[in-house]
Design a protein around this ligand. Structure first.
Ligand SMILES: *Cc1c(COP(=O)(O)O)cnc(C)c1O
Length: 350
């Protein structure tokens, strides 16, 4: 039995949460691009979640994660990512604002110039986060460096806990059951707005990474009994168990709300045809997509996540995977700081 949006909100409201963002974020039609593409294209501005100019999807997850850290009496939160991680930056201010010390372990993909600290790493420093940069060892892949950062943090947490501190360990991207609650709320908000506007979306496009956003949105969609096709465009190679893991996050988040499992791994359509040549490495189609959205609508999507997802949407219009006349919503997940990051990540945007 499908729930109403207010019934979903009631269930969410029973869980620990701290208010971090500005909600609802805007949902509106992109008139110029709709005319050009022959579809009805809308955008959900989750790049405007706050609290600084550089919001994004992690803020929704962090409302529940930091809410839980507070409820559990934690005085430290640990999290992880690449050096220019949007998630780490949002975790830093979300924790600090709530009187919790953020400790971040960042794996270096591109070399860091100590004399020219930029973008998210610069913001992390302004917020006085405790930052541990983990440089790759010779021949080590990014994943291996990241795994090593988890091990280092594990020892660090054990040391702090032996001294009587209480630490919360937030996984990469905030992708656990608690974090995924944020996008059950996020998609509920989107449907509330769409219902008020009298629109039923055929397709929802968004960028996926750790999978928490995708997991939350699918849980919410199924709980509300909607049939929007959600197309999750990956910013990196997808492992074999990606959809299975996401389904376990969806059902785990629902369990926290007291709801029985209703998400199957077959519900997900993660697509890793658009991230090449690699995570944080730009490609031409993405650069073109960024320029098109910038010039037609004045909106900036980043080259690492939302730009790659938007390039997929454009390709799907071209190939008919999105039929002419379809109602499509693009969820802008943030990432604007990349415009001020290293050139290797930004690419040839001008
Ligand atoms: C983290 C991130 C994503 C992916 O979200 P997940 O929940 O990790 O899948 C998409 N876009 C931006 C800008 C992000 O920072």
């Amino acid at each position: 039995m499908a729930l109403t949006t207010s019934e979903v909100r009631e269930l969410l409201n029973k869980l620990p949460k701290t208010n971090l963002g500005f909600f609802p974020t805007p949902l509106y039609k992109l008139e110029n691009l709709s005319a050009e593409l022959g579809i009805e294209l809308y955008i959900k501005r989750d790049d405007f979640t706050g609290s600084n100019l550089f919001g994004g999807n992690k803020t929704r997850k962090l409302e529940y994660l930091i809410g839980k850290a507070k409820a559990d009496g934690c005085d430290h939160v640990f999290t992880y990512g690449a050096v220019q991680s949007n998630h780490a930056m949002q975790t830093v201010w979300a924790a600090t604002k709530n009187g919790i010390k953020p400790v971040i372990y960042l794996a270096a993909i591109v070399p860091i110039d100590e004399n020219d600290i930029k973008a998210n790493l610069l913001l992390d420093r302004i917020y006085d986060a405790e930052i541990h940069i983990v440089e790759p060892l010779e021949g080590e892949s990014f994943m291996e460096t990241e795994d090593r950062s988890f091990e280092m943090a594990k020892e660090h947490i054990a040391r702090l806990e032996a001294e009587g501190h209480k630490c919360m360990n937030i996984p990469v991207g905030g992708a656990d059951e608690t974090g995924s609650l944020g996008y059950i709320g996020g998609i509920t908000e989107l449907y509330e707005q769409a219902d008020a506007m009298g629109i039923e979306f055929d397709y929802l496009y968004h960028a996926t990474g750790s999978g928490g956003t995708m997991a939350g949105m699918m849980a919410g969609r199924n709980l509300l009994g909607r049939d929007t096709v959600i197309r999750s465009i990956s910013a990196m190679e997808i492992g074999k168990s990606y959809a299975k893991h996401a389904a376990s996050l969806s059902n785990g988040a629902l369990a926290l709300m007291g709801v029985d499992p209703i998400v199957d791994k077959e519900d997900f359509a993660p697509d890793d045809n658009y991230y090449a040549p690699g995570y944080e490495i730009p490609n031409d189609a993405t650069t073109k997509a960024i320029k098109l959205l910038a010039k037609k609508e004045g909106i900036l999507v980043d080259p690492v996540y939302s730009g790659k997802a938007f390039s997929a949407l454009l390709d799907h219009v071209k190939t008919g995977k999105i039929e002419q006349g379809s109602k499509v919503v693009f969820v802008h997940t943030g990432g604007a700081t990349v415009f001020f990051a290293e050139k290797e990540i930004l690419g040839e945007v001008f």
